[in-house]
Design a binder for this molecule. Structure first.
Ligand code: IPD
Ligand code: CA
Ligand code: CA
Length: 269
């Protein structure tokens, strides 16, 4: 295994220890508001600091795009970090959250890890080499009949003015698929698509740190992930559709009439 990947996993586990320590003590630390219904806790900040500290010491010339503290926009090697994806769940003790870390070089994803500390599940991928859950290779599901598909989504709680737009897309998907879920961690939704627990995913208004690692993991597991227009290079627009190749196509067809590009949220960065 490449040592970049090894260090990403070590950083993710270090962050997870901090998060679990808070979780098991029912102590989120101070909760601050970043926006309407958008929270950050001491656990988020401490986890991010631990990840950046570890990777910064190992790779002093790498740069960071990290949710709570770093906005490097230059090229070269850059780590994209969501220290705690699913903060609202974490605050409530709802057991769905994860650490997400990706590394890109000049905008090309090299590796991604998403670690679910409560289940001790380490999802990982390396560009061109496949995707794994712990040590086992994973692949997307083979479900082809939309009516038997299980699909996840996320609500646009940061873009509340988009609720009618969102619901128009939601309705079209709802009427086509077998089941819809909203668990509250986009990073986990994406890796659950990658390992075939889910068959598809769609959400508006995500940030690069929500999707970077999961994007590579889905791609390496044989799935597809794009923006609503179907462009794989525009995932960081934040308006994201993923799935096994068949259900991905079904979701695009369902969503595109309801979600014209000029009405969608613009990217976070
Ligand atoms: C959020 C979660 C959630 C999604 C939001 C994200 P955070 O991340 O992934 O599922 O609906 O759009 O921002 O804020 O908990 O890191
Ligand atoms: Ca997130
Ligand atoms: Ca986060």
């Amino acid at each position: 295994m490449h040592h970049f990947l090894q260090e990403a996993m070590t950083a993710a586990r270090t962050a997870a220890e901090i998060i679990l320590d808070h979780y098991h003590r029912h102590a989120t630390g101070q909760i601050d508001k970043k926006g309407a219904a958008d929270f950050v806790t001491q656990a988020d900040r401490a986890a991010e600091e631990a990840i950046m500290d570890h990777l910064g010491r190992k790779f002093p010339d790498h740069r960071f795009l990290a949710e709570e503290s770093a906005r490097d926009r230059t090229g070269g090697r850059r780590w994209i970090i969501d220290p705690l994806d699913g903060t609202t769940n974490f605050i409530h003790g709802y057991p769905m959250f994860a650490v997400s870390i990706a590394l890109e070089n000049d905008g090309q994803l090299l590796l991604g890890v998403v670690y679910d500390p409560l289940r001790d599940e380490m999802f990982a991928a390396q560009s061109g080499r496949g995707a794994w859950l712990n040590d086992q290779p994973i692949q997307v599901s083979a479900v082809s009949d939309p009516l038997t598909a299980l699909v996840a989504t996320g609500f646009p709680f940061r873009n509340r003015d988009k609720i009618d737009l969102y619901l128009a897309g939601f309705k079209r998907v709802f009427l086509r698929v077998g089941g819809l879920r909203r668990a509250g961690s986009a990073a986990l939704d994406l890796v659950h698509v990658a390992c075939g627990r889910l068959d598809g995913f769609f959400e508006l208004g995500l940030a690069p740190w929500d999707v970077a690692a999961g994007t590579l993991i889905i791609g390496e597991a044989g799935g597809k992930i794009t923006d609503v227009g179907g462009d794989p290079d525009k995932v960081y627009s934040g308006n994201v559709v993923g799935g096994n190749p068949i259900i991905h196509e079904v979701l695009l067809e369902a969503l595109q009439p309801a979600w014209p590009s000029d009405k969608l949220p613009t990217g976070t960065l």
